[in-house]
Design a protein around this ligand. Structure first.
Ligand SMILES: [Zn+2]
Length: 70
């Protein structure tokens, strides 16, 4: 069953309620103040931020010349 978010316009309370599909059009009363002046919040698509991809920066390989002094 879907979980809907509601917003009470009377006391500005946000609450969630699991609603059957047959009851999806019914607005539940506010659990705080009991007002039926509620409306369903449209759950927008989750916006997931772009994780900054940190490029694997390999430190410069030091090609050391083995100088053998005799
Ligand atoms: Zn309320």
């Amino acid at each position: 069953m879907p979980l809907y978010e509601y917003h009470c316009q009377n006391c500005t309370e946000d609450f969630e309620k699991i609603v059957r599909f047959s009851e999806a059009n019914l607005l539940p009363p506010c659990p705080v103040c009991g007002s039926t002046d509620t409306h369903k919040k449209i759950s927008a698509a989750a916006s997931f931020g772009n994780a900054s991809s940190s490029g694997a920066s390999s430190s410069g390989s030091s090609c050391g010349s083995g100088g053998g002094f005799s």
